[in-house]
Design a protein around this ligand. Structure first.
Ligand code: IPM
Ligand code: MN
Length: 355
């Protein structure tokens, strides 16, 4: 089979880690007889430098014409002082919206080989954990009405959280279905003791739970959830939550897996065309130094094979190659604690060798 993959390398370490994932995909293609055709498009700071805008129309069109899209990271200090609508981050929100990607899957699991990296007490994580965060991605406060105005005390700014029944239903359905295929436990996280939007969220999730009697569904307030994630992460199977709560909780979850450099993500909508990216950022401090951990992006490519192309065996091959190199004790600098570390390219080579 032939698959057209759009590449959004972006800024900072983006190009290095995307190139690593491309090499891994090419190796997989060779081994299993698939052809992956890659087409790069500009996004983020690089696009600002070239065209004055973070998300050129050609990039949107290119992504919509691809079978799936792989993204590195966007942003950096160079573009930090631009107004909101011209910031690199705006491109990320723009491409998610343009592609209709309302679901963001962020798996957070503790690799046995990295258990020592987890900052939690050993008795808490001795049996590991495996959480799937289902984050709503095209609604809520990220896309709500916002502005600056003159208020009672002078200049003020506001952002609004708004969720429709339709938006809650479609993300909850993804989460219920995911729970059904995993541990059959769903935790819906909200702030229903304060927010009206959360009260609707909770009501809709409860209604849908009736359709999924085989899934044990519970609610949790987001402040409590932040605490429970570090108190007892094993209690979670699938989590479903809003755009902003999901953003925050997934960073917290990543940290207890040892390194944010390990966590992939998949953004999906109503079609098989997705956007796959590591959950970490562009790490400008180590950009261009061949130091970045490519694993999150490589695992994102594995998620693409699974969710967009249905290539289960090929996807598993990548995941187990990553497992193998970690079990061999191989580490990039983020996990090496000052000991000799593999470069981005060397880590990628090792993963390819173990496919
Ligand atoms: C993420 C990032 C983005 C988000 C930023 C860069 C807009 O933090 O993907 O988690 O908040 O969604
Ligand atoms: Mn984030």
């Amino acid at each position: 089979m032939k698959y057209n993959i759009g590449l959004l390398r972006g800024d900072g370490i983006g190009p290095e880690i995307v190139d690593s994932a491309v090499r891994v995909l090419e190796a997989v293609g060779k081994k299993y007889g698939h052809e992956f055709v890659f087409t790069p498009y500009d996004i983020g700071g690089v696009a600002i430098d070239k065209y004055g805008i973070p998300l050129p129309e050609a990039t949107v069109e290119g992504c919509l014409a691809s079978d799936s899209v792989l993204l590195g990271a966007v942003g950096g200090p160079k573009w930090d002082t631009l107004p909101g609508h011209l910031r690199p981050e705006k491109a990320l929100l723009g491409i998610r919206a343009a592609m209709g990607l309302f679901t963001n899957l962020r798996p957070a699991k503790l690799y046995p080989a990295l258990a020592g990296e987890c900052p939690l007490r050993e008795d808490i994580v001795s049996e590991g954990f495996d959480i799937m965060i289902v984050r709503e991605l095209t609604g809520g406060i990220y896309f709500g009405e916002r502005g600056v105005r003159e208020g009672k005390y002078g200049e003020e700014a506001y952002d609004t959280e708004c969720y429709s029944r339709m938006e809650i239903e479609r993300i909850a359905r993804v989460a219920f279905e995911a729970a059904r295929l995993r541990g059959k436990k769903l935790t819906s996280i909200d702030k229903a003791n304060v927010l009206e939007s959360s009260r609707l969220w909770r009501k809709v999730v409860h209604e849908m739970a009736l359709e999924y009697p085989d899934v044990e569904c519970t609610d949790m307030l987001v402040d409590n959830a932040a605490m429970q994630l570090v108190r007892n992460p094993r209690q979670f199977d699938v989590i479903v939550t809003s755009n902003m709560f999901g953003d925050i909780l997934s960073d917290e979850a990543s940290q207890i897996t040892g390194s944010i450099g390990m966590l992939p993500s998949a953004s999906l909508g109503d079609t098989t065309r997705g956007l796959y990216e590591p959950i970490h950022g562009s790490a400008p401090d180590i950009a261009g130094q061949n130091k970045a951990n490519p694993i999150a992006t490589i695992l994102s490519a594995a998620m693409m094979l699974l969710y967009s192309f249905g290539l289960t065996e090929e996807s598993d091959a990548i995941v187990s190659a990553v497992d193998k190199v970690l079990n061999m004790g191989l580490r990039t600098a983020d996990l090496a604690h000052g000991k000799p570390a593999l470069t981005t390219v060397e880590m990628t080579d090792k993963i390819i060798e173990n496919l």
